[in-house]
Design a protein around this ligand. Structure first.
Ligand code: PGU
Length: 464
C-alpha cells in the first residue's frame, strides 16, 4: 500500500506498465459493476485499496479539509441563483445568451439544418486531429480575415480549433506563458470577468488599461492610449474585436487607427477576443473590421474566436485561436506548438460544433440563411434597447439622460448601477444581473421593458 501511495509522486505511474498490463481492474459496488483502468498511482481508483480508503475516511477528517469553498462565478453563478428563484416576474439578464421574445432559448434554423445534413451523411465520431476539423479551421479563418486576405493566401495564419472562446484564449495564454516568459498582457478596465482568471491560471502577468469613463459613460480614449504607451515594449494588448463586454462601447474606426499606431510604435502584440462577430452590427464583415485593420498593417497578432453567440452554439464549445505570423514558416511552427499545448490539456477538440460551422459557412444557401438569422437576433436586441430607453425616459421624472444606452452596442447594456443598486435589482425586483451593473438585453423582451425600467429607476434613485 505504501508503495502505491508513494508512486503518486513519481514521474508517471504508468511508466513501467506495458499497454497490456494497463487494462481492466474491476470493482463491484452493490449490484453495479464498475470497470477502471488499473491506475497504480491513484488511490481513489485502485480496487484493492478501496476498502481501506473508506475506513480511513470514516475515522479521519477528509484529505480535502484544506480545500475552501469557492465563491460562485460572477456570471454563471447568476444563472444558478436565477434558477433557484420561484418569483413569477423573475428575469435573467446575467449571462449573455440570446432568448426569443418569449424569453426561450433559441436554436437557429441553420443549425438544425446543418445537424440534419450530418445525420443524412452518416458522419462518424472518430477523434479529430489535435488542431481540429480542417474544414472548420479553413472557414473560421476566412470568416474572420476575409477569404481574399493575403495572410490566408500566404498561409501566414496558424489556426487551431479551440474549446470555444474561453478555451481558445486559454490556449493562447499557454503559448504566451511558454514562449514569452514575463511578457505582460494588458486588459481593458473593465473587461469580461473571465479574462483575469484565464491569465491568472496560465501564470501570465497582466495589468489594466483605462477604457471606460463613468463621467461620459463612454470610452476613455486618452487614458487608453496613455496606458498602452506606458506599458513595457512587446506587451500583449487584449482588445475586444467588437461589442466590448461589459460596456458595449467600441472605439470608432479613427480611434482604432490610433490604437494600432501606438501598438505598432511600441512593438506590442495585439490579441483580439472576438466573441460577437456578426452579433454587434448584424454584419460579419463590419464586426471584423478592427481585426482586418490591424492585419492589413502587416502586424503579427492573435485572435480568439467564439461561435457561442453568433451561431447560438453555447454548449457545443466551438471556437478557434488564430495566430497571424510574418511568414508561413513561423505560422507552421506556432501551430505545431499550439497542438503540443493542447494535447495534454484536452487531447483534441469536439467534432459536433465544428461540423455545424463548416456546414453552415461552407454552403452558400445556409450561409445566407445564417446571416439573415443573425440580423434577426441583432435586430431584436436593438429593438429591446430602444424600448428600454423609451420606458426609462417615460418613467424617470428626474430628467436623467438615459440616451447612453442607445450608444452602446452588442448584447449588453452597462447601466451604471453600482453594486448596491444592482443588488436591489435582484433582491427587490427579481432581476438577475452581474454586480458590475451589466444587463444582457438578449435576455429581455419588449413586454418586460416597462417592468425593468421600474426596477432600474427605483434602484438608481432609492439606493445610494
Ligand atoms: N470573450 C468574451 C468577451 C465573452 O463575452 C465571452 C462570453 C467569451 C469570450 C467566451 O465565450 P465562450 O462561450 O467560451 O465562447 N461571455 C458571456 C458568456 C458567459 C461567460 O461568462 O462565459 C457573458 O455573459 O459575458
Amino acid at each position: 500500500m505504501a508503495s502505491t501511495m508513494l508512486s503518486v509522486a513519481s514521474a508517471s505511474p504508468f511508466a513501467s506498465l506495458s499497454p497490456l498490463e494497463n487494462v481492466k481492474g474491476k470493482l463491484k459496488l452493490g449490484s453495479a459493476s464498475l470497470s477502471f483502468n488499473k491506475a497504480k498511482g491513484n488511490p481513489f481508483i485502485n480496487a484493492k485499496s478501496f476498502c481501506r480508503i473508506s475506513m480511513v475516511a470514516a475515522v479521519n477528517a477528509s484529505r480535502f479539509e484544506s480545500v475552501t469553498m469557492a465563491p460562485p462565478d460572477p456570471i454563471l453563478g447568476v444563472s444558478e441563483a436565477f434558477r433557484a428563484d420561484t418569483h413569477e416576474s423573475k428575469l435573467n439578464l446575467g449571462v449573455g445568451a440570446y432568448r426569443t421574445e418569449e424569453l426561450q432559448p433559441y436554436v437557429l434554423d441553420v443549425v438544425k439544418k446543418a445537424e440534419n445534413l450530418m445525420v443524412e451523411r452518416g458522419e462518424n465520431k472518430e477523434y479529430l486531429p489535435i488542431e481540429g476539423l480542417a474544414a472548420f479551421n479553413k472557414v473560421t479563418a476566412e470568416l474572420l480575415f476575409g477569404a481574399d486576405n493575403p495572410v490566408i493566401k500566404q498561409q501566414r495564419v496558424a489556426t487551431v480549433q479551440g474549446l470555444s472562446g474561453t478555451g481558445s484564449l486559454r490556449l493562447a495564454a499557454a503559448l504566451i506563458e511558454r514562449y514569452f516568459p514575463g511578457a505582460k498582457v494588458l486588459i481593458s478596465s473593465p473587461t469580461w470577468g473571465n479574462h483575469k482568471n484565464i491569465f491568472n491560471d496560465s501564470r501570465v502577468p497582466w495589468s489594466e488599461y483605462r477604457y471606460y469613463d463613468p463621467k461620459t459613460v463612454g470610452l476613455d480614449f486618452e487614458g487608453m492610449i496613455a496606458d498602452i504607451k506606458a506599458a513595457p515594449e512587446g506587451s500583449f494588448v487584449l482588445l475586444h474585436g467588437c461589442a466590448h463586454n461589459p460596456t458595449g462601447i467600441d472605439p470608432t474606426p479613427e480611434q482604432w487607427e490610433k490604437i494600432a499606431n501606438v501598438i505598432q510604435a511600441k512593438s506590442h502584440i495585439p490579441f483580439f477576443d472576438v466573441a460577437y462577430q456578426g452579433f454587434a452590427s448584424g454584419s460579419l464583415d463590419t464586426d471584423a473590421a478592427s481585426v482586418r485593420l490591424f492585419t492589413a498593417r502587416g502586424m503579427e497578432l492573435l485572435v480568439a474566436q467564439s461561435y457561442s453567440k453568433n451561431l447560438g452554439l453555447y454548449a457545443e464549445r466551438i471556437g478557434a485561436i488564430n495566430v497571424v505570423c510574418s511568414s508561413a514558416d513561423a505560422a507552421a511552427r506556432v501551430k505545431s506548438q499550439l497542438k503540443r499545448l493542447a494535447r495534454p490539456m484536452y487531447s483534441n477538440p469536439p467534432i459536433h460544433g465544428a461540423r455545424i460551422v463548416a456546414n453552415v459557412v461552407g454552403d452558400p444557401a445556409l450561409f445566407n440563411e445564417w446571416k439573415a438569422e443573425m440580423e434577426m437576433m441583432a435586430g431584436r436586441i436593438k429593438n429591446v434597447r430602444q424600448k428600454l430607453y423609451d420606458s426609462l425616459s417615460a418613467k424617470d421624472k428626474s430628467g436623467k439622460d438615459w440616451s447612453f444606452i442607445l450608444k452602446q452596442i452588442g448584447m449588453f447594456s452597462f447601466t451604471g448601477l453600482n453594486i448596491d443598486q444592482s443588488a436591489n435589482m435582484t433582491s427587490k425586483w427579481h432581476v438577475y444581473m452581474t454586480k458590475d451593473g451589466r444587463i444582457s438585453l438578449a435576455g429581455l423582451s419588449l413586454a418586460k421593458c416597462d417592468y425593468l425600467a421600474d426596477a432600474i429607476v427605483d434602484s438608481f434613485h432609492n439606493v445610494s
